[in-house]
Every structure is written in structure tokens, then in C-alpha cells.
Design a binder for this molecule. Structure first.
Ligand code: 2HA
Ligand code: ZN
Length: 275
């Protein structure tokens, strides 16, 4: 099969373009990676070159040894993915120790995978284990309203989780584990990768202060939907705070407990504190 006809490639391109249309990917902002299923790798095998040069990932992800990923390229613009995917994207293979990768397809103009490859792969490793191999998508976007909130709310998991849950009734159901917050750290390196993957053991969402968000999920719909839900909730909070700094009424901790019961989700009590 022609690789661009494969359903997982089409789904990846659609999700990337949806993110562009949301306004989350100015210039070369953001990155997306997908852990390809074995049968999907086999279905496009004739497109893959296995003679590329091995390059260091910059961190070690031994549990991901031998896995294949579809990834965005470093410096590539999300806006261009839909028109020139073979220039913007790559399929990479990891070596048998999870320390190096090689490009098997794409990046035809000789570029590198996303600058956030260490963060993506460390998050993939953590989420693959935590979800019994179900999670396959890691998405980083520059979501405007979440970023704005990182200037005015304390950078604490319990504050962001509770505020975002209160802003839309669907939120506690969509992200019942809450959200984690990473303080400002230089992007692209191992330090931010370690801090993010530590939070991802507990959450599917990590907010990077003054930068953006990381989301993890089983497929493109779930992961895009998660990013979209969190960012929409942040937008409502920004609007609310802009109208008046205190809320006249809100969804209370008891409302949240009642919601959890009916929707059969577990909301940790640590987020249901009295304010
Ligand atoms: O430019 O978003 O975090 C890509 C990024 C780096
Ligand atoms: Zn970024």
C-alpha cells in the first residue's frame, strides 16, 4: 500500500491540520507522534527504507525498543503537513536498546524528527506501560488560553485541575485524573522530558508553563478531543476571569461528587478541597 493512503497516516494528517485550524500551531509550533501498530508497519513495509543512519535520541527508552513511530519534523510547519506530508513527517524505527532512531520514510529534504523527540518518546514509554499498551498518541500544542492561565494561576496540579473541572460539566468526565503542571523549563531537552513523563504516570495531560500542553491518548480522536476539551475549558476560565475576578456561582465539590457517581468516574478527593 502507498504509505500516504494508509488510514493511520490519513488520521495523523487530519489531526495535525485540525490543530492548525484551531490556531495552536503558529509557525513551527507544536509536534505530534504516533506509535504505529505492528500490522500497520507491515501494511506499508514496501515504503520503508531500513538502511538509514542510526542517530542518538538523547535519552533512553528501552521499553520502546524496536517500535516504529510516525512523527512531525523539527522546524516543520503544521500548516504545511496536509500539502507536503513527505517533507513534513517521518516514520522512524528505534534500535534494540531504545537509544537511537533511524528514518525509514519521509523528511525527504533531509531534516530531523521533532525537537521534542525525547519528551515524546519518554511520554510514550510511560503511557504505554500505564495503559497496558493502549495509548499510542502524544500531542504537543501551543494552546492560547491554557498558556494565558499559566501567568495568573499558581502552577499547581490541584489548582489547574479544579479550575478546569469547574468550567465545563464534561471536564471531570473527560479528564477524571486531572492535569499536571510543569514549571518553565528550557524546551527540547531531557530535563523537560523527565519532568513531563513523571507527571504522565498520573495524568493524560501536562501543562508546560508559558509554553503549551502535552496530551496522551489511545487514538487520534481521543487525544485531539482531550486537547480541545482542556483548551476550551481554559478559554471559558479566561473569559470568566476577564468579566469578573470572582465567580458568582460554580460547580461545587458536592456537584462534582454527584457527577462522578452518575458518570461512573473516580475523582480523587485531593482535587475536591474547600476553597
Ligand atoms: O517548535 O513546539 O516545543 C516546536 C515546539 C517546541
Ligand atoms: Zn512547543
Amino acid at each position: 500500500m502507498r504509505i500516504l493512503d494508509a488510514e493511520f497516516v490519513q488520521g495523523f494528517i487530519r489531526m495535525a491540520n485540525d490543530g492548525w485550524e484551531q490556531g495552536w500551531h503558529e509557525r513551527n509550533g507544536g509536534n505530534l507522534t504516533y506509535r504505529i501498530k505492528k500490522e500497520e508497519v507491515e501494511s506499508v513495509a514496501e515504503n520503508l527504507n531500513r538502511n538509514g543512519e542510526w542517530k542518538a535520541i538523547g535519552t533512553s527508552v528501552p521499553k520502546l525498543a524496536g517500535e516504529y513511530f510516525l512523527v512531525t519534523g523539527s522546524g516543520k510547519y503544521f500548516r504545511n503537513i496536509i500539502v507536503k506530508p513527505e517533507d513534513s513527517l517521518a516514520v522512524i524505527e528505534l534500535d534494540d536498546r531504545g537509544e537511537s532512531y533511524r528514518i525509514c520514510w519521509g523528511l525527504v529534504n533531509g531534516d530531523r524528527p521533532t525537537s521534542e523527540l525525547p519528551s515524546h518518546l519518554m511520554n510514550h514509554e510511560v503511557k504505554m506501560i500505564a495503559s497496558s499498551r493502549k495509548h499510542r498518541v502524544i500531542y504537543h500544542a501551543h494552546t492560547t488560553n491554557v498558556i494565558a492561565l499559566t501567568f495568573v494561576l499558581p502552577l499547581e496540579d490541584k489548582v489547574f485541575t479544579r479550575e478546569l473541572w469547574e468550567m465545563a460539566t464534561e471536564c471531570p468526565v473527560v479528564f477524571p485524573d486531572g492535569v499536571g503542571v510543569v514549571p518553565w523549563i528550557v524546551p527540547g531537552g531531557r530535563d523537560i522530558a523527565v519532568a513531563t513523563s513523571e507527571l504522565m504516570k498520573k495524568y493524560d495531560v501536562a501543562i508546560w508553563a508559558h509554553h503549551g500542553m502535552f496530551c496522551s491518548g489511545e487514538d487520534f480522536d481521543i487525544t485531539f478531543g482531550l486537547m480541545h476539551t482542556v483548551e476550551k475549558s481554559a478559554e471559558i476560565l479566561v473569559k470568566t476571569l476577564s468579566m469578573r475576578p470572582d465567580k458568582l456561582q460554580t460547580i461545587t465539590p458536592q456537584n462534582l461528587r454527584d457527577l462522578a457517581k452518575d458518570f461512573k468516574v473516580m475523582l480523587p478527593e485531593e482535587f475536591l478541597y474547600d476553597k
